[in-house]
Design a protein around this ligand. Sequence first.
Ligand SMILES: [Zn+2]
Ligand SMILES: [Zn+2]
Length: 349
Amino acid sequence: MSNSMPALTLLGPGEVALTDKPVPTPGPGEVLLAVEATTICGTDLRIISGQKTSGVRPGVTLGHEVAGRIEAVGEGVTGLAPGCQATVSIVLSCGVCRACLAGREHLCESMELIGYGIDGGLAPYLLVPARAVSRGNVIVSPRELPANRLALSEPLSCVLNGHTRHGGVNPGETVVVIGGGAIGLLHTQLALACGARQVILCEKHADRRERATALGALTASPDSLVATVAEVTGGWGADVVVVAIGRNEIADQSLDLAAPGGRVSWFAGFPKGSSATVQPNTVHYNELTVSGGSNARRADVHRAVDMLAAGTIDEKPIVTHTFGLSQWREAIDAVTGHAGIKIAIDPRR
Ligand SMILES: [Zn+2]
Ligand SMILES: [Zn+2]
């Protein structure tokens, strides 16, 4: 192991470069992961472009959707052995604040996130801090998986948390997913695995609709969505509506698509500080439940890893491209240019 490594580093708002950093040596309680894949998400783009600055430390190595292998463990680490394939739950929570005690560690008042405030996975090695290791944030895969599949454990864990918040999908229900990116396709696979009678995925890009069709969803363009939902449900509406694209005008539309008694998940993040106009009577008269979902707990990451290991969720329609770390600009361009769905970086390339 040479003692320095390239790392995709946030220099300041909107400023990113590949810099040389020392390869970390795990101290007491720490774990060193050799990174095998890190997938890029919309939040990374917002950090790289300077739109997102809160909770992000200049100098940090980016990347929070990480699949790796335990390279070395520090003194006192038990139950984690070099060679094991593993991912990391990126939320470092305090365990004692009201949010943590209420079972919402992912909303911890003093949380820190790997890939935001703590060095992440867009580098050959990632050092997991002792306070994360001792709380079980390093999660070993029960069997060998393609690295690009294991990397989806982070976005899938967030989807599972959102799913829990909206009450889940019951067999025979009709589900609308608005937005056909990686998150929308994960919600689609999850709803079908839960026994949804029909998932209707709304997406304006035809190539993304094709991917959803291949997964077993019925697709609609934004123009045809209302008519499609009416047709499939006999005018009743969808049992569950998941908003997987953060556009304010969709907030009101999502309420209209739900059946009486339906659940609506505003899963996507909306533009910071923005407002939306909704008709509150749609919630009142139709007795809708509206929920959110942000981030995930360690338990959700465990569940995500198990589902990926079982093959319940397939990464192949989602992770469309893999680049080396030196090709990071191409990788970012592929994300912003919608060249694929999700882009992975393999720092071993
Ligand atoms: Zn992400
Ligand atoms: Zn806390």
